[in-house]
Write a new protein. Structure first.
Length: 218
Protein backbone atom coordinates (compact mmCIF):
# COMPACT_ATOMS: atom_id res chain seq x y z
CA UNK A 1 0.00 0.00 0.00
CA UNK A 2 1.22 3.49 -0.84
CA UNK A 3 2.11 5.59 2.19
CA UNK A 4 2.04 9.16 0.90
CA UNK A 5 0.22 11.81 -1.09
CA UNK A 6 0.92 15.19 -2.70
CA UNK A 7 -0.88 18.20 -1.31
CA UNK A 8 -1.08 21.97 -1.34
CA UNK A 9 -0.89 24.04 1.84
CA UNK A 10 -4.08 26.06 2.26
CA UNK A 11 -3.41 27.82 5.57
CA UNK A 12 -3.98 27.50 9.31
CA UNK A 13 -7.18 27.41 11.33
CA UNK A 14 -8.52 26.06 14.62
CA UNK A 15 -10.53 23.03 15.68
CA UNK A 16 -12.79 23.26 18.71
CA UNK A 17 -13.51 20.19 20.85
CA UNK A 18 -16.82 19.76 22.71
CA UNK A 19 -15.08 20.68 25.99
CA UNK A 20 -13.85 23.97 24.49
CA UNK A 21 -10.26 22.86 23.81
CA UNK A 22 -8.71 24.66 20.85
CA UNK A 23 -6.27 22.87 18.53
CA UNK A 24 -4.29 24.85 15.91
CA UNK A 25 -4.16 22.93 12.64
CA UNK A 26 -2.74 23.36 9.16
CA UNK A 27 -5.17 22.62 6.35
CA UNK A 28 -3.73 20.77 3.35
CA UNK A 29 -5.60 19.98 0.15
CA UNK A 30 -4.24 16.46 -0.28
CA UNK A 31 -4.86 15.11 -3.74
CA UNK A 32 -6.54 13.76 -5.61
CA UNK A 33 -3.45 12.21 -7.16
CA UNK A 34 -3.10 9.78 -10.04
CA UNK A 35 -0.54 7.01 -10.53
CA UNK A 36 1.63 7.95 -13.52
CA UNK A 37 4.37 5.32 -13.24
CA UNK A 38 5.30 2.26 -11.18
CA UNK A 39 8.85 1.17 -10.41
CA UNK A 40 9.89 -2.18 -8.95
CA UNK A 41 13.10 -3.63 -7.62
CA UNK A 42 12.84 -6.41 -10.20
CA UNK A 43 12.66 -3.93 -13.07
CA UNK A 44 15.32 -1.72 -14.63
CA UNK A 45 14.96 0.93 -11.92
CA UNK A 46 16.08 -1.39 -9.14
CA UNK A 47 13.79 -0.03 -6.38
CA UNK A 48 10.13 0.11 -5.44
CA UNK A 49 8.34 3.42 -5.98
CA UNK A 50 5.21 5.02 -7.36
CA UNK A 51 5.21 8.28 -9.29
CA UNK A 52 2.18 10.40 -8.49
CA UNK A 53 0.73 13.31 -10.42
CA UNK A 54 -1.11 16.03 -8.49
CA UNK A 55 -4.47 16.73 -10.12
CA UNK A 56 -4.58 20.53 -9.90
CA UNK A 57 -7.52 22.86 -10.39
CA UNK A 58 -5.70 24.24 -13.43
CA UNK A 59 -5.57 21.44 -16.04
CA UNK A 60 -2.75 21.54 -18.57
CA UNK A 61 -3.23 20.60 -22.22
CA UNK A 62 -1.02 17.96 -23.82
CA UNK A 63 0.13 20.42 -26.51
CA UNK A 64 1.55 22.70 -23.80
CA UNK A 65 3.75 19.94 -22.32
CA UNK A 66 7.36 19.74 -23.51
CA UNK A 67 8.41 16.82 -25.68
CA UNK A 68 10.10 14.59 -23.06
CA UNK A 69 7.19 14.88 -20.62
CA UNK A 70 4.68 14.39 -23.44
CA UNK A 71 6.28 11.05 -24.23
CA UNK A 72 6.27 10.18 -20.53
CA UNK A 73 2.51 10.68 -20.29
CA UNK A 74 1.85 8.97 -23.61
CA UNK A 75 3.49 5.81 -22.22
CA UNK A 76 0.54 5.50 -19.83
CA UNK A 77 -1.67 4.67 -22.80
CA UNK A 78 -3.59 7.89 -22.72
CA UNK A 79 -5.34 7.08 -19.46
CA UNK A 80 -3.48 9.71 -17.46
CA UNK A 81 -3.87 13.39 -18.38
CA UNK A 82 -0.79 15.61 -18.04
CA UNK A 83 -0.21 17.08 -14.58
CA UNK A 84 1.91 20.04 -13.58
CA UNK A 85 3.39 18.32 -10.52
CA UNK A 86 5.04 14.89 -10.36
CA UNK A 87 6.46 13.38 -7.18
CA UNK A 88 7.91 9.97 -6.45
CA UNK A 89 6.97 8.05 -3.31
CA UNK A 90 9.41 5.33 -2.25
CA UNK A 91 7.91 2.03 -1.07
CA UNK A 92 9.21 -0.89 0.96
CA UNK A 93 7.40 -3.45 -1.19
CA UNK A 94 5.93 -3.25 -4.71
CA UNK A 95 2.47 -1.69 -4.89
CA UNK A 96 0.78 -4.62 -6.62
CA UNK A 97 -2.70 -3.33 -5.78
CA UNK A 98 -2.12 -0.09 -7.74
CA UNK A 99 -2.11 0.32 -11.51
CA UNK A 100 -1.20 3.23 -13.74
CA UNK A 101 -4.19 5.55 -13.87
CA UNK A 102 -5.52 4.68 -10.40
CA UNK A 103 -6.43 7.53 -8.09
CA UNK A 104 -4.75 8.03 -4.71
CA UNK A 105 -7.03 9.82 -2.26
CA UNK A 106 -6.82 11.20 1.24
CA UNK A 107 -8.81 8.28 2.67
CA UNK A 108 -5.57 6.37 3.28
CA UNK A 109 -5.11 8.55 6.39
CA UNK A 110 -7.16 8.44 9.59
CA UNK A 111 -7.55 10.67 12.62
CA UNK A 112 -4.59 10.26 14.96
CA UNK A 113 -2.12 8.97 12.34
CA UNK A 114 1.48 10.02 12.84
CA UNK A 115 2.89 11.63 9.71
CA UNK A 116 5.82 13.61 8.37
CA UNK A 117 5.54 16.48 5.90
CA UNK A 118 8.16 17.41 3.30
CA UNK A 119 7.99 20.95 1.95
CA UNK A 120 10.06 23.95 0.96
CA UNK A 121 10.64 26.60 3.60
CA UNK A 122 9.88 30.26 3.04
CA UNK A 123 12.72 32.17 1.41
CA UNK A 124 14.12 34.92 3.65
CA UNK A 125 16.62 36.34 1.20
CA UNK A 126 20.07 37.50 2.38
CA UNK A 127 20.34 37.29 6.17
CA UNK A 128 23.07 37.99 8.68
CA UNK A 129 24.53 35.58 11.20
CA UNK A 130 22.21 36.63 14.04
CA UNK A 131 19.04 35.87 12.10
CA UNK A 132 20.43 32.94 10.08
CA UNK A 133 22.44 31.07 12.75
CA UNK A 134 21.22 32.60 16.03
CA UNK A 135 24.58 34.24 16.82
CA UNK A 136 24.82 36.46 19.90
CA UNK A 137 25.24 40.20 19.59
CA UNK A 138 28.36 42.06 20.63
CA UNK A 139 28.52 44.66 23.42
CA UNK A 140 26.25 47.64 22.88
CA UNK A 141 28.13 50.01 25.20
CA UNK A 142 29.48 53.37 24.08
CA UNK A 143 32.11 53.04 21.36
CA UNK A 144 31.26 49.46 20.42
CA UNK A 145 31.59 48.79 16.71
CA UNK A 146 30.76 45.07 16.79
CA UNK A 147 27.05 44.90 17.64
CA UNK A 148 25.79 42.61 14.88
CA UNK A 149 29.03 41.76 13.09
CA UNK A 150 30.01 38.07 13.02
CA UNK A 151 33.44 38.60 14.59
CA UNK A 152 36.67 36.75 13.86
CA UNK A 153 36.29 33.75 11.52
CA UNK A 154 39.86 32.74 10.64
CA UNK A 155 43.49 32.53 11.70
CA UNK A 156 46.25 34.84 10.53
CA UNK A 157 49.25 32.49 10.56
CA UNK A 158 47.78 29.03 10.04
CA UNK A 159 45.87 28.03 8.01
CA UNK A 160 45.60 31.65 6.76
CA UNK A 161 42.17 31.07 5.28
CA UNK A 162 38.55 30.61 6.24
CA UNK A 163 37.65 26.96 6.88
CA UNK A 164 35.00 25.52 4.56
CA UNK A 165 31.55 25.29 6.11
CA UNK A 166 32.06 28.19 8.49
CA UNK A 167 28.69 29.61 9.47
CA UNK A 168 28.29 33.04 7.96
CA UNK A 169 25.73 35.37 6.44
CA UNK A 170 24.07 34.39 3.17
CA UNK A 171 20.88 33.11 1.58
CA UNK A 172 18.38 31.93 4.19
CA UNK A 173 15.41 29.63 3.69
CA UNK A 174 13.99 28.30 0.41
CA UNK A 175 15.31 24.83 1.26
CA UNK A 176 13.79 21.36 1.49
CA UNK A 177 12.51 20.78 5.03
CA UNK A 178 11.06 17.63 6.60
CA UNK A 179 8.96 18.03 9.75
CA UNK A 180 8.45 14.79 11.67
CA UNK A 181 6.26 13.86 14.60
CA UNK A 182 3.09 15.54 13.29
CA UNK A 183 -0.40 14.12 13.86
CA UNK A 184 -3.53 14.08 11.73
CA UNK A 185 -6.26 15.90 13.63
CA UNK A 186 -9.08 15.41 11.12
CA UNK A 187 -9.63 13.97 7.63
CA UNK A 188 -12.23 15.45 5.29
CA UNK A 189 -12.57 12.81 2.57
CA UNK A 190 -15.35 14.62 0.74
CA UNK A 191 -13.26 17.77 0.17
CA UNK A 192 -9.81 16.06 0.01
CA UNK A 193 -8.58 17.94 3.07
CA UNK A 194 -6.08 16.95 5.76
CA UNK A 195 -6.00 18.91 9.00
CA UNK A 196 -2.63 18.46 10.67
CA UNK A 197 -1.95 19.40 14.27
CA UNK A 198 0.84 21.98 14.27
CA UNK A 199 2.78 23.92 11.66
CA UNK A 200 3.89 22.76 8.22
CA UNK A 201 6.83 24.21 6.23
CA UNK A 202 6.21 26.53 3.30
CA UNK A 203 3.98 29.42 2.38
CA UNK A 204 0.27 29.16 1.70
CA UNK A 205 -0.23 27.63 -1.73
CA UNK A 206 3.08 25.77 -1.72
CA UNK A 207 3.30 22.05 -2.48
CA UNK A 208 4.04 19.47 0.19
CA UNK A 209 4.33 15.69 0.39
CA UNK A 210 2.56 14.01 3.31
CA UNK A 211 3.86 10.58 4.29
CA UNK A 212 3.05 8.20 7.09
CA UNK A 213 5.69 8.26 9.80
CA UNK A 214 8.30 5.51 9.96
CA UNK A 215 7.64 5.23 13.69
CA UNK A 216 3.97 4.47 13.06
CA UNK A 217 4.82 1.80 10.47
CA UNK A 218 7.13 0.11 12.98
Amino acid sequence: MINGIIGKKVGMTQLFAPDGTVTPVTVIKAGPCVVVQKKTSAGPDGYNAVQLGFVDDRPIKLKNVNKPMRGHFEKTGGGVPPTRVLKEIRLDVPADELNVGDKVLVDQFADGDMIEVVGRSKGRGFAGTIKRHNFSRGPESHGSMNVRAPGSIGSSAYPSRVIKGTRSSGHMGDARVTVKGLTVARVDVENNLLMIRGAVPGANGSLVVVKKSERQKK
